[in-house]
Design a protein around this ligand. Structure first.
Ligand SMILES: *Cc1c(COP(=O)(O)O)cnc(C)c1O
Length: 410
């Protein structure tokens, strides 16, 4: 988002006009930002056979998946339905990996039968996989390295109490199953959670994974998951991808030499690719002054952007309707009958009813976590590609809300 001729634009597209045309709330995605992030990752790992497997759950719109595919990016999916959307977007099974947790074996089997790369994260499913496929289908093992990544327990998945992955302490049990069923383990995986603050944590996890790798002679790749942190506000620490690339390349090359073969290095970024590309445009419904606070009530809330309430996430905001007014401090809240604060102490140019507020960094886990709470339709989504705005999902209507209901005769 930038200012040109006193208007906020993305790739030259005027955002206030876009909000008027498509209505609010509306998610707007800047495709060029996604492309930039992909290029940044590739540059950081230049010279390494690095593969990006976009974590589709961050933003699952089929047009986004198509964009990823056009950019040569593979996919990481966590459910049968995400896998079906990926196929719908034109992905080939060989470009997709399935990294579910706590799903029933039937779902894993369905994906395996499509010839998608399977990642297994618990011992009972590893055993079932062995009983069903033996050495006939490769699979990858997700380890839990027991390191604490990020500050927030809800998004850290590598700690000792986390439900994700098979504990590195259970390596003997894994090897027993591998031996018993002659399993073909072609990949190893860790994903320690979102919001890793520094390269150190990454390397620690990497070290633990590479440490167990010698037990698996058939590896094609090592998947280091994600956890790339993006800056949600000015001065936020973000993962230094260049630094990570430099340091991990050294560690990984050394490992490959010891292992005796060059392996692929995989990552599964979600947030890193799509967070900054997304902006949620909302309408200021009411300015409500209380003895303590000035609230801006907007036509959205935790039903469309859950992150502030779920993770205490901070999202920068801008009043894009008023470029020159005085600033003041507001509490921006949603229209949901629930405490659904989108931001406290938000400094905005003076807000009037009907102004459009842009909520930034809304690309990842925005729409994909949206619900119909309060029977509100989910927003429209627009992608700006090559300077053109494309509606990639229409706003829901009452018909959508009723579509699955079977009214009883009374
Ligand atoms: C959610 C998830 C990711 C993506 O995490 P981000 O923080 O969005 O980059 C990657 N891998 C797995 C297995 C995940 O569950």
């Amino acid at each position: 988002m930038e200012i040109i001729d006193q208007r906020y634009v993305i790739q030259g597209v005027d955002l206030v006009s876009l909000a008027r045309e498509h209505g609010t709330p509306v998610f707007v995605y800047d495709a060029s930002k996604i492309e930039d992030q992909i290029k940044k990752m590739r540059a950081a790992f230049e010279g390494q056979s690095m593969r990006i497997k976009y974590a589709a759950k961050a933003l699952t719109n089929v047009s986004i998946l198509k964009l990823m595919r056009a950019m040569g990016v593979g996919l990481d999916v966590v459910s049968k339905q995400e896998l079906q959307l990926a196929l719908e977007a034109g992905y080939k099974p060989s470009e997709i990996q399935f990294t579910p947790n706590c799903v029933e074996f039937e779902e894993i089997k369905w994906a395996a039968d499509q010839n998608v790369q399977i990642t297994i994260d618990n011992l009972p499913m590893l055993e079932k996989f062995g009983q069903t496929y033996g050495s006939n289908k490769p699979c990858c093992i997700r380890f839990n390295p027991h390191i604490m990544a990020g500050g927030h327990l809800k998004i850290s998945t590598g700690h000792i109490d986390s439900k994700f992955g098979i504990s590195v302490l259970q390596l003997p049990e894994i090897l027993e199953l591998v031996n018993q069923y002659q399993l073909n383990i072609n990949g190893l995986h860790i994903h320690t959670g979102s919001d890793i603050l520094d390269t150190e944590v990454f390397l620690k996890g990497a070290g633990i994974l590479l440490g167990v790798a010698e037990n698996f002679p058939n590896l094609d790749y090592i998947d280091f998951g994600s956890g790339f942190k993006v800056a949600y506000q000015e001065g936020d620490p973000a993962t230094d991808i260049v630094d990570l690339g430099q340091q991990l390349k050294v560690v990984f090359s050394k490992f490959c030499k010891q292992y005796g073969r060059d392996l692929e290095l995989w990552f599964e970024p979600g947030k890193f690719l799509v967070s900054e590309a997304g902006t949620l445009l909302v309408n200021a419904n009411v300015i409500k002054t209380t003895p303590a606070t000035v609230f801006v009530g907007v036509d959205s809330g935790m039903n469309h952007l859950l992150r502030p309430m779920m993770y205490d996430a901070h999202h920068e905001m801008t009043n894009i309707s008023n470029l020159n007014g005085n600033t003041r401090v507001y509490a921006v809240v949603g229209y949901i009958c629930e405490t659904d604060t989108l931001g406290w102490n938000v400094t905005l140019n003076q807000v009037s009813e009907g102004d459009i507020i842009a909520i930034k960094n809304a690309g990842a886990y925005g729409f994909s976590m949206a619900s119909n709470y309060n029977s509100r339709p989910r927003p429209a989504e627009v992608m700006i590609l090559n300077g053109q705005a494309h509606l990639i999902r229409r706003r829901e209507t009452l018909v959508d809300l009723l579509a699955t209901q079977i009214p009883i005769d009374l």
